[in-house]
Design a protein around this ligand. Structure first.
Ligand code: HEC
Length: 162
């Protein structure tokens, strides 16, 4: 085999390895990933790690919320009505304002929450995906960002980390 052929073979192998890696990393909720990139990443970061003192990380709580009914409501309420007031995650404070996203339809909000809960926060596969019906059920509840923050505190207390 010539050197050129060996190099060609090697680059083909590398290309295969790289492309299979990219496939493995593809989001489970690709439609939600697009909505997240367009609406949420500016504050929470494209990988959901958050920004110090500004926007909290979305890498743990959303997966825990998804396991209980009130937590699933909390996820819907947060995107429908926003959240306002100081919160603490891993001993770090965040007190910027999360805007509301009620202009996005139920399907889109469910998709972005599934991307957050499953792709970013790694909720277990046996957890049921958030359905558009769960978003619809919370629309029109008339909460504000302060009310959503109060509900959050109750949910976290019930989950054992208030
Ligand atoms: C302008 C910045 C900003 C944008 C844009 C934004 N967020 Fe937030 N988000 C925040 C802030 C700030 C908080 C915490 C609010 C507080 O301190 O009360 C938050 C909180 C959250 C929480 C609650 C986390 C927890 O531990 O309870 C979730 C879930 C969330 N955001 C999801 C989203 C999603 C999904 C989008 C896009 C549809 C989005 N955010 C867009 C700033 C933002």
């Amino acid at each position: 085999m010539t050197v050129a052929a060996r190099v060609a073979g090697l680059s083909l192998l590398l290309a295969l390895v790289c492309s299979s890696g990219a496939i493995a990393a593809a989001p489970q909720y690709a439609d939600g990933a697009e909505i997240f990139a367009a609406n949420c990443a500016v504050c929470h970061g494209s990988g959901g790690a958050g920004q110090p003192a500004l926007a909290p990380p979305l890498l743990a709580n959303p997966a825990r919320y998804a396991t209980v009914a009130e937590g699933r409501r909390q996820l819907a309420l947060t995107v429908l009505f926003g959240m306002f007031g100081d919160i603490t995650i891993d001993q770090k404070h965040y007190s910027f304002k999360m805007p509301e996203f009620s202009q996005l339809d139920d399907q889109k909000l469910a998709a972005v929450l599934n991307f957050v809960a499953f792709d970013l926060a790694h909720a277990a596969q046996e957890v049921k995906p958030i359905g558009a019906d769960e978003i619809a059920a919370e629309r029109g509840k008339g909460l504000d960002g302060a009310g959503v923050r109060e509900h959050r505190a109750a949910v976290l207390e019930a989950l054992g980390s208030g």
